[in-house]
Design a binder for this molecule. Structure first.
Ligand code: ADP
Length: 172
């Protein structure tokens, strides 16, 4: 499995699956979640509403992952996960590890060969980018990743990109 780090907008990536740093409601929010909903179009919200009407009546728990189609996105699928919110006292690294691990498990079960991740929990949810990067790289490296050829981290600015690149270099 190759791991790449790039600066950019995750909604523009032509990969099999992009991961959304969603919230438990699954009904959209700010940050990367809002950008993904805008780029995917209204069908994404409809698909998320259908999840809420079915197996996810109580929303998606922190650390869990669920997939929808990507609709108008270049990506075929969106894997929605919920990172821990540091501002709500969710500071257990195991929760963030679970978000990355369960998203990868979902990518494997979808048959995705390429997956793009944002810096889950590093925005509104208040985790330090360096902590997110370390957990993300470690979790992905130890995942069997069956069938996944490429994992990319798509970061919104160069400062966060540098943090992820050093986490990647540190583990070499
Ligand atoms: P969380 O609530 O999990 O912290 P946010 O969306 O607030 O999620 O932030 C997660 C990260 O995603 C932040 O580093 C933010 O700068 C970044 N981000 C925001 N929009 C995009 C985008 N279009 N593509 C990639 N990353 C993005």
């Amino acid at each position: 499995m190759e791991i790449h780090v790039v600066t950019g907008d995750i909604t523009r990536r032509s990969v099999d699956a992009i991961v959304n740093a969603a919230n438990s409601s699954l009904l959209g929010g700010g940050g990367v979640d809002g950008a993904i909903h805008r780029a995917a179009g209204p069908e994404l919200l409809e698909a998320c509403r259908a999840l809420r009407a079915g197996a996810y009546r109580d929303g998606l728990a922190v650390g869990q992952a669920v997939a929808t189609e990507g609709f108008a996105l270049p990506a075929r699928w969106v894997i929605h996960t919920v990172g821990p919110n540091a501002h709500a006292g969710q500071t257990d690294p195991g929760l963030l590890e679970a978000a990355f691990r369960n998203s990868l498990d979902m990518a494997v079960s979808l048959g995705a060969a390429s997956v793009a991740f944002p810096a889950i929990s590093a925005g509104v949810y208040g985790w330090e980018p360096a902590t997110v990067a370390e957990i993300a790289v470690r979790t992905i490296r130890k995942h069997p990743g069956t069938g996944i050829h490429t994992v990319e981290f798509v970061l919104f600015n160069d400062a966060v990109t540098r943090v992820f690149r050093s986490a990647l270099d540190a583990g070499d």
